[in-house]
Design a binder for this molecule. Structure first.
Ligand code: PEP
Ligand code: MN
Length: 340
């Protein structure tokens, strides 16, 4: 259930309701909106007597949350969540400004990453992507540089001010990745790795949660709920395409999810047209389409030498193409009342 406080309810009244929720054996999550404070009570409340909460001072109403996901739902929080990513360029997702996160699929070397970081920044990105730990379909393919890759990413942040987004694949990597990255990416293959979701929920850095290859929207939001319910509200959803019968592209990129997420959730959503299509020539147009559909950000694979990329070269655009694409994106942003 959620407890909606009256406008102007005092801090003491909010704390009192929190206390009552805890006495019922439920967990509380206080969400402060611009107009009102709402307190979500988490746990099975079906057999609980809620009358005294309804009658507590400062309470406007107590409502059941119909969605299975609670804290990710718009029923609980009407204002859109805005998440600061880190770095020094003001990277933020969920506000008026659309965030561009760009960089190679993998960190391959110091030279490669620093060059790419410099050029995506010049093209207009405010955050840098790059995998140090790579979830590869085959165990014989490049698995990433690991710790060394993280250090290179941190150096790129220090040199450019870009916020660093990188994947964490396992619970025992969370502390290490937190040490170097600004945003923890949970990959599509790990969207239902509940131990990992709980572990990234225990720390406070933003989490970029990618949609699983065969996950429904409800499963996706329930995965976000795992993270938020552990205490980390900074979840950025990422649509990266789903597996269908279609073969002309690597995945099918269902952009209708963007307005739908905005309707049912307050969480920001970014789109990954690189994993979403698998082909560099489709990436610029899908960036445009995603922005027009209301995406809060784009995460784009950009590589200086895609032909020789160790991973995902076929879907990587060059920083030059990114820069060209940004020109059109600026026009689209203006048309949909956003900035980029
Ligand atoms: C990636 O971003 O390079 C990646 C592996 O993404 P996903 O988990 O969406 O496949
Ligand atoms: Mn990739």
């Amino acid at each position: 259930m959620i407890v909606v406080m009256e406008q102007g309810a005092t801090e003491a009244q909010v704390n009192h309701v929190v206390q009552l929720i805890r006495e019922l054996g439920l967990r509380d999550h206080v969400i402060r909106g611009t107009e009102r404070t709402v307190i979500a009570a988490i746990g099975d409340d079906r057999a609980k007597n809620k009358e005294h909460i309804e009658n507590a001072p400062g309470v406007d109403q107590v409502m059941p949350v119909l969605a299975k996901y609670k804290m990710a739902s718009r029923e609980v929080k009407k204002d859109r969540t805005v998440i600061k990513l880190g770095g020094t360029l003001g990277a933020e997702v969920g506000g008026k400004k659309v965030c561009v996160i760009a960089g190679p699929c993998s960190v391959e070397s110091r030279e490669q990453l620093l060059l790419c970081a410099k050029e995506v920044k010049e093209a207009g990105a405010t955050a840098l992507r790059g995998g140090a730990f790579k979830p590869r379909t085959s165990p014989y393919e490049f698995q990433g540089l690991g710790d060394e890759g993280l250090k290179i990413l941190a150096e790129a942040r220090d040199k450019t001010g870009l916020a660093v987004v990188t994947e964490v694949m396992a619970v025992d990597q969370v502390a290490l990745v937190c040490k170097y990255a600004d945003v923890l990416q949970v990959g599509a293959r790990n969207m239902q790795n509940y131990n990992l979701l709980m572990a990234v929920g225990e720390q406070r850095k933003p989490v970029l949660l990618k949609r699983g290859l065969s996950a429904t929207l409800e499963e996706f939001l329930l995965a976000a709920e795992y993270i938020i319910s552990r205490g980390n509200p900074n979840v950025i959803l990422c649509e990266r395409g789903i597996r269908t019968f279609e073969t002309y592209c690597r995945n099918t990129l269902p952009l209708a999810i963007v307005p739908e997420v905005h309707r049912i959730s307050h969480l920001p959503i970014v789109v990954d047209p690189s994993q979403g299509t698998g082909h560099a020539h489709l990436v610029p147009d899908m960036c445009k389409a995603a922005l027009a559909a209301g995406a809060d950000g784009l995460i784009i694979e950009a590589h200086n030498d895609p032909e020789h990329a160790l991973t995902d070269g076929a879907q990587s655009i060059t920083p030059k193409v990114l820069s060209e694409t940004m020109k059109t994106l600026k026009k689209i942003a203006q048309a949909v009342d956003r900035e980029i």
